[in-house]
Ligand binder design. Structure first.
Ligand code: FPP
Length: 230
């Protein structure tokens, strides 16, 4: 499968709640099944030579869900980091959590920072996990950072702005995948996905396997990217 250098794929892992309900369990069971799919995506991405993978795990708006669901997700995030750290470390993956960490509990923040620190020199797949992430919030935080540095308006360049975003150093998104039939960006990577190819599938996230990933890449390979030119 042919892929450009430095390929960046971003995924909105949607449909966990519905999957949980359809399988006569609850929404949190759906998120658990969703978490169990992440490893396969990750392995297949490494196999295919994908360099950058960004996953939307929790949005700035997801706090509005029931406390049962939010607490369930927090438990799943802790479990994920505990369970997968050894694998991540062993596979030369570099992990970065994008979004505003400050809203999470102290122990979860410490776990996220520790995984980032332990993997920061790794040179394999770059895995960005978006947690308490929103595109609007990221752009506002970047703007505040720049204003605090007293940058003169005429000195502000695209490069400086991109370096103030959570994704500093990551190339723009090439392919944005959203599962579960919804066709929305939902405040994800608004700046970075400006020219991304969009791939929507009806498959619910917990059913999205290696073959589904290959289908999305085959779709990408059929597109002609013009970046506004012709
Ligand atoms: C959207 O489905 C999914 C989420 C809000 C959570 C995504 C989290 C995981 C897959 C678990 C762990 C992942 C990592 C990387 C640690 P939804 O609940 O909106 O589904 P619905 O549209 O059916 O309600």
């Amino acid at each position: 499968m042919q892929l450009p250098d430095n390929f960046h794929i971003a995924v909105i892992m949607d449909g966990n709640g519905r999957w949980g309900e359809i399988h006569k369990k609850n929404r949190v069971a759906g998120h658990e099944a969703g978490m169990n799919r992440v490893g396969e995506l990750f392995d297949e991405s490494t196999k295919l030579g994908i360099r950058h993978l960004t996953l939307f795990a929790f949005s700035t708006e997801n706090w509005k869900r029931s406390s049962f669901e939010v607490n369930g997700l927090m438990r799943i995030f802790r479990e994920y980091i505990k369970r997968e750290s050894a694998k991540i470390l062993g596979e030369n993956v570099r992990v970065k959590f994008i979004g505003d960490k400050a809203a999470f509990s102290k122990d979860l923040i410490a776990m996220m920072i520790s995984l980032e620190d332990q993997t920061k020199e790794n040179t394999g797949l770059q895995l960005n996990v978006a947690m308490n992430y929103g595109g609007h919030d990221e752009i506002l935080r970047a703007t505040r950072k720049l204003l605090a540095q007293n940058i003169a308006p005429e000195d502000l360049t695209k490069e400086l702005f991109e370096n103030a975003l959570d994704t500093a150093g990551t190339p723009p998104v090439d392919l944005l995948v959203r599962t579960s039939g919804e066709q929305r960006i939902s405040n994800f990577l608004l700046w970075q996905a400006a020219y991304a190819e969009l791939y929507f599938t009806d498959t619910l996230w917990p059913d999205f396997d290696a073959n589904e990933l290959k289908k999305s890449i085959a779709y990408y390979n059929e597109r002609t990217r013009r970046f506004g030119g012709n």
